[in-house]
Design a protein around this ligand. Structure first.
Ligand code: 5RP
Length: 327
């Protein structure tokens, strides 16, 4: 799918997503001035971006298809739009498979028939969101603690289409960590303590701006050993706390979520994904490598939104000579 970009939407650095603007500590040449980081959009503009992405994705669905449902606010809008097309009779005999409670409920609410995951052999297309996407279509997911089952559904689909606004496209996953790992800027709010083999860390990174950490789903009895092993892999882990409930987030599968920041970013997503999943007690982590078949990127220009393939976006943005991209 090729989008034609009108000349007025050609990107200048000030239009680049905010994640490009933060310093890449390991590799400063991948950094763009932090002074440009105020690329603030309104909730209405965000909504328009998500709608444009959803429309493009749902346009790929054909009658008779088995559709995998994604998670997150962008995928939710796609589910709504899919329901509208089905209700209007523009799509027929479409069934959907939802990885998570939220997407299944939403689908039924909007008139999309859902089937049990174990009753189908293959999925034709899935559209899903992501928290970050790199130039090689590696993803960071797990903002909604729903990545484990979502990865199962995404991996089953012939076509896995990821919907991302340009602020989510990064040179390197997890590389927007704003503080050095000496924890100088740690807050006393919601301190999390644990013993990591003789060294005691106490910190809370969750409130710091633009930390994008890696979500790791962990079976609760194994939480302490897993935290220690994540530290040995160079990560700074923190148990995700629930909002409007005391204690940790508990996933749909009954597990805990640990958010792990890597001070140098994630240098080799596929390797780290495997290494973390080899830790006993880990269910799955939010790195998704080698599964996305296409990424749709939305760029906002004033009131208009342009959606294009990642490959086209990368051509416009340009790949830094030392960036690790196969595009
Ligand atoms: O990984 C996810 C949930 O676990 C979501 O896909 C991700 O957080 C993106 O969500 P949104 O479209 O709301 O930005």
């Amino acid at each position: 799918m090729q989008a034609t970009i009108p000349p007025k939407t050609l990107i200048s650095p000030t239009k680049l997503g905010r994640r490009f603007h933060f310093r890449n500590r390991k590799n400063p040449s991948l950094s763009i001035s932090a002074a440009l980081s105020k690329n603030v959009t309104t909730p209405e503009a965000q909504d328009a971006i998500k709608r444009a992405l959803a429309k493009k994705a749902v346009g790929l669905v054909k009658s008779g298809m088995v559709v995998g449902l994604g998670t997150g606010s962008t995928a939710s809008i796609a589910i709504q739009q899919l329901g509208t097309l089905i209700t209007q009779g523009k799509l027929k005999n479409v069934v959907a498979v939802g990885a998570n409670y939220q997407s299944r409920v939403l689908a039924r609410q909007y008139g999309v028939k859902t089937v049990d995951f174990n009753d189908i052999n293959n999925i034709d297309i899935v559209f899903d969101g992501a928290d970050e996407v790199d130039f090689n279509k590696n993803l960071l997911k797990g903002g909604g603690a729903a990545h484990t089952m979502q990865k199962v559904v995404d991996s089953m689909a012939k076509e896995c289409v990821i919907l991302a606004d340009e602020s989510k496209v990064v040179f390197q996953l997890g590389s927007t960590f704003p503080v050095p790992p000496d924890f100088k800027q740690l807050s006393s709010r919601m301190l999390v303590f644990w013993d990591t083999g003789g060294k005691k860390y106490n910190h809370n990174i969750a409130h710091l701006v633009d930390v994008l950490s890696l979500a790791v789903e962990v079976i609760p009895p194994a939480i302490s050993p897993v935290l220690r092993r994540l530290v040995t892999l160079g990560g700074i882990p923190e148990i995700r706390s629930a909002l409007r409930k005391d204690g940790p987030v508990i996933t749909d599968l009954g597990n805990m979520v640990v958010d792990v920041s890597f001070p140098n970013g994630i240098e080799n997503p596929a390797d780290l994904e495997k290494s973390i999943n080899l830790i006993p007690g880990v269910v799955d982590n939010g790195i998704v490598s080698g599964i996305a078949t296409s990424v749709l990127v939305a760029i906002q220009d004033g009131d208009s939104v342009t959606v294009m393939n990642l490959e086209e976006y990368v051509k416009i943005v340009g790949v830094p000579s030392n960036a690790n991209s196969t595009i």
